[in-house]
Design a protein around this ligand. Structure first.
Ligand SMILES: Nc1nc2c(ncn2[C@@H]2O[C@H](COP(=O)(O)OP(=O)(O)OP(=O)(O)O)[C@@H](O)[C@H]2O)c(=O)[nH]1
Length: 692
């Protein structure tokens, strides 16, 4: 619920402000009695606030302008606390003013400090925590080097409280711990003050959502000294325990602790504290949805607060009562109560509190299923929230904003620095990336070039290979000297020819036979021997050229070996073969051939035969046997004077009986009349000079 925890903690601090400076300020020899008297009243206040207040008021009545200033100041300081705890808030505030006036008049620096710290607490209670903080910071900056430990401790406690209210828990804890440390330097009431500082820290832990740590801190405070059993302190510690347990959802323990605090507060005459306890108890029951009990304690707290005239507590009690009624279904009367407080808050400018209560109201509507009202209330809260941030709050937080802005600027500078560093890194990365990209590109280009060169090289090698292959191929089927087909290629040709023949036979496409003319240069050895081997080669080349020229395109000229040539003339009319042989002999020997320095007549002797021969099947007389017969005919030509051709014209007997003779001894066959030869005489002898 609204600000009740805050209320509790603020009031707690005000309660603990007093009574610590009594003995430390003694400067007058005759004031010992008064000091002793005030000290005993202060101790009495720990357990019986009402009696202590009564006695101190009596002491003050007897004081006059003649009373030492320190005694009067100390009386006022203790009085502020006793008034406050007794719920006499207005008297307490008036006493603060009186204290400040006296200290100022007497130029008592410590007194002025204490009065201002108390005034800062009032500002916090009035909802002006930033103003309070500013005031406290001012005190802090003007603090004398010889300022007492008490003053410093109170200042740190107040700074911790203001920081807490402003939501700066870390800084709050830092101040509270500093205050705790300063208790060691106190000349009097060291233990009591230490316990109270621990209690402050416990309450802070609760608000820092660490209730376990809060409970541990309370335990630490309770263990310090039996003095911790002093009712006023014990009540405050019990309240802290109650809130911590409530936060841990240990409801039974929470209620027990609250009620213990309530009992002690009642017994010690701490009316203000009693109201705080009652409010906390009703608040607790609201959170556990025990609305009947919440109503009971809300009514009780309202009654007590009204009796004290404590406006702050009255408002909170009304709010709790309103919500407890609404929780029991009496929404109209509950809302009326709550709205009344909201109205008051708004009237007195407590917009932050109003906004908080409106938020609670919206929750209540939602819980009750009154969504339309919940929405309207939420909108009201929203608009107020906006207003707060845009107007009053912006003023209140102006100082903070300045600090915040400075921090933000610092942060921005740091961020800019970081951003620049990042940009630098980015630029470096970018440059690096460019280098990498460039290197990558270079590598790619180089690899590309390398691959291209490799490709070219491979292409070149392939080309060379192709050329080599074609050369190999060429040389495989061609004679390297003359360029004519060689004997091997003819063998290959004959293989395909037999396949072709078989096809032709099946299709009865048998026509003219082929013709084989075997040729041998006459006395070639002599040419070699007389003109030289090169001249012999030249002769071979020119003979080849002449042979190529004289035959048909479909005819094939081969170098059969050494100085031997073969003309293969497919599908040749047998009647025309002699003419072909004649042309061949004439082409070679009809004109001279230049061989080196010499011009020579090169004649040839030929043996020729048809394939198939006569009516003999190639199965019986194949190309090899036919060539053998042609070779025998050529031999006959050589024997009969060279420069001529012999061919077998016809068989005079049946081919079957002639065949063995043809294969074995052609000359005998001829002389026996089994076969008839055709003779083609070569060219006439040329009239050539012996040498050029
Ligand atoms: N220059 C040259 N001579 C070759 C080549 N092949 C073979 N010969 C020579 O040709 C000659 C052939 O001689 P022979 O077989 O005795 O025949 P011939 O001298 O022609 O006599 P006949 O054939 O009886 O007229 C040999 O001396 C071989 O060395 C060649 O490629 N180049």
């Amino acid at each position: 619920m609204v600000n009740k925890k805050l209320l509790a903690i603020v009031r707690f601090y005000v309660c603990t402000l007093v009574g610590v400076m009594l003995l430390g300020h003694s400067a007058y020899a005759n004031e010992a009695f008064e000091k002793e008297q005030i000290a005993s009243i202060l101790t009495l206040g720990d357990s019986d606030n009402t009696e202590a207040l009564k006695r101190l008021m009596a002491v003050k009545e007897q004081q006059s302008a003649a009373t030492p200033v320190q005694i009067r100041l100390q009386t006022l300081e203790v009085l502020v606390s006793l008034y406050y705890d007794a719920g006499k808030i207005k008297s307490s505030e008036a006493t603060i003013n009186e204290l400040l006036a006296l200290a100022t008049a007497e130029k008592d620096v410590e007194g002025i400090g204490i009065a201002n710290i108390m005034a800062a607490y009032k500002l916090i209670e009035d909802g002006k925590p930033q103003e309070a903080l500013n005031k406290l910071n001012l005190i802090d900056s003007s603090l004398q080097p010889d300022a007492s430990a008490e003053l410093k401790m109170r200042l740190d406690s107040a700074l911790g409280t203001a920081s807490y209210v402003l939501g700066n828990f870390d800084s709050s804890l830092r101040y509270f711990l500093e205050a705790l440390k300063l208790t060691d330097e106190l000349p009097e009431r060291k233990v009591e003050n230490r316990i109270r500082r621990l209690d402050s820290i416990a309450k802070l832990y609760i608000n820092m959502k660490d209730p376990e740590k809060a409970l541990a801190t309370v335990d630490e405070a309770l263990e310090i000294s039996p003095l911790a059993r002093a009712p006023k302190i014990l009540a405050s510690l019990s309240l802290s325990q109650g809130i911590a347990y409530a936060n841990l959802n240990q409801d039974a323990k929470a209620v027990e602790a609250y009620k213990r605090a309530l009992k002690i507060a009642r017994e010690a005459g701490m009316a203000t504290f009693e109201v705080i306890c009652l409010i906390d108890i009703s608040d607790h029951y609201l959170t556990t949805n025990e609305y009947k009990k919440a109503e009971e304690f809300a009514r009780l707290s309202l009654k007590r607060a009204e009796a004290l005239g404590d406006k702050g507590s009255i408002d909170i009690a009304k709010i709790n009562l309103g919500f407890s009624l609404a929780g029991q279904g009496r929404i109209a009367s509950g809302v009326e109560l709550v709205n009344g407080v909201i109205h008051d808050f708004l009237q007195s400018g407590r917009k932050t509190d109003a906004e908080s209560v409106i938020g609670e109201l919206a929750n209540m509507y939602e819980k009750a299923g009154m969504y339309k009202e919940a929405l309207a209330t939420l909108r009201q809260q929203q608009s107020l929230s906006n207003e707060l941030f845009s107007a009053d709050r912006s003023k209140a937080v102006a100082g903070l904003q300045e600090q915040f802005n400075a921090k933000q600027r610092q942060k921005q500078i740091e961020l800019l620095g970081k951003e620049n560093a990042l940009k630098d890194a980015d630029i470096r990365n970018h440059s690096l990336q460019q280098v990498i990209t460039m290197l990558g590109a270079m590598v790619t280009v180089m690899v590309g070039i390398f691959i291209y060169l490799l490709y070219r090289r491979v292409q070149r090698i392939n080309q060379q290979l192709r050329e080599a292959n074609s050369q190999l191929e060429f040389h495989a089927i061609r004679d390297p000297l003359t360029g004519l087909y060689n004997r091997r290629s003819f063998v290959e040709l004959m293989k395909t020819r037999s396949v072709q023949l078989e096809a032709d036979r099946r299709e009865e496409r048998e026509g003219n036979p082929d013709c084989l003319i075997l040729l041998d240069i006459d006395h070639f050895k002599h040419i070699n021997d007389t003109l030289g081997h090169a001249a012999g080669d030249a002769v071979l080349i020119q003979v080849a050229q002449r042979l190529r020229k004289v035959v048909r395109d479909t005819d094939m000229v081969l170098r059969w070996g050494g100085e031997e040539f073969l003309v293969y003339s497919p599908k040749s009319n047998p009647s025309q073969i002699a003419g072909l042989v004649d042309r061949v002999l004439q082409s070679v020997g009809g004109t001279s051939i230049v061989a080196g320095d010499h011009e020579v007549q090169v004649t040839m002797t030929a043996g020729f035969i048809s394939l198939p021969f006569s009516d003999i099947s190639e199965l019986k007389l194949d190309w090899e046997k036919a060539l053998q017969i042609a070779d025998m005919a050529l031999y006959l030509g050589k024997a009969n004077g060279r420069n001529r051709g012999y061919g077998i014209a016809k068989i005079m007997v049946d081919s079957e009986s002639a065949l063995p003779f043809l294969e074995e001894d052609l000359a005998a066959a001829v002389s026996s009349g089994m076969v008839e030869l055709i003779e083609v005489v070569g060219p006439a002898k040329l009239d050539l000079p012996v040498s050029k």
